[in-house]
Ligand binder design. Sequence first.
Ligand SMILES: Cc1cc2nc3c(=O)[nH]c(=O)nc-3n(C[C@H](O)[C@H](O)[C@H](O)COP(=O)(O)O)c2cc1C
Length: 337
Amino acid sequence: MDATLPGDLFGNGVIAAPMAGGPSRPQLAEAVGRAGGLGFLGGGLKTPQALTAELDTMGTARPFGVNLFVPSAGEIDRDAVLAYRERLLPEAAALGAEVPEPRWADDDAYPAKLDLLLDRTPAVVSFTFGTPRWDAVSALQSAGAFVLQTVTCPEEAAMAAELGVNALVVQHPDAGGHSGAFLGLPPFAGTLPELVAQVRDAVALPLVAAGGVGTPDDAAAARSAGASAVQLGTAFLRTPEAGSNPVHREALASNDFTRTAPTRSFSGKWARGLENDFMRRFADAPAAYPVVHHLTAPMRAASVKAGSPHRTSLWAGTAWREALEEPAAAVVARFAA
Ligand SMILES: Cc1cc2nc3c(=O)[nH]c(=O)nc-3n(C[C@H](O)[C@H](O)[C@H](O)COP(=O)(O)O)c2cc1C
């Protein structure tokens, strides 16, 4: 297979990462597309109706992508979740919020959103947290989509290649937000260019490099190692077109935060964010996504409403200090190939 990305879809090789939970919104995807990059809608954590509404507002002038979370059927330790819930009660109460009863089963309406994308097929569809079935990949491709799979190591890359996807998003542990790892292997220990080079040796698919890309030099190094494009998340969080909440924006600009760290405390799945009090105190959260995500949702919302960065997730990659308050088009221009 040709290991480059089609230029009509991937423009100047800058992709604005799908960022579920607010930051990704049609305005951002449109602005990135207009600037010659590829914009994304985050389909995760959204009802099919809400995703339909976003699709309805997208123009047709430029291609864009839609990302879905693939649910996993992992075992959940219910006792550990219930014990964690007890510890969350005073945290939420301090903000006047509740901790809901656990929702043991939640597939994020994945089957319905997949059907939606087969009906209203965007130019690009990407998957994270797991892999779709091969027949979903081929159905999307028959409907006209270019299919991307997020992987975090050569082993996951080899599995994804077997499914027939068109290209891979190679996500490094420096990335902001949730890790897309699905084989449960230890996080990659080298640099992003080293990860890209290892995946390039393992599979013959075009690669998109993601995770901790903060400067044009970082992007150039990833491209030299074999990536055809870069996918940036954190770099877009402070743009006016993003839907990032004010507490998140302020924290990214603040000197109060000195490092990012991976945490399971907010969602039950590893994700990187600015390290706040809550992350430090709840470092031993159970591996139970999305059960923990739902338990902490009212607390996180109340923290944002109260203007406090201490009991909400502040997703950010290691290069967060390079993220500026500037138009999305300026970010695209800085990182263009
Ligand atoms: C706030 C936030 C939300 C994210 N949400 C998603 C998502 O919905 N789907 C996805 O595939 N990746 C998501 N990611 C990860 C990005 O796709 C990408 O891997 C990451 O942003 C790259 O690292 P960087 O933030 O250092 O640029 C998210 C990242 C952030 C910062």
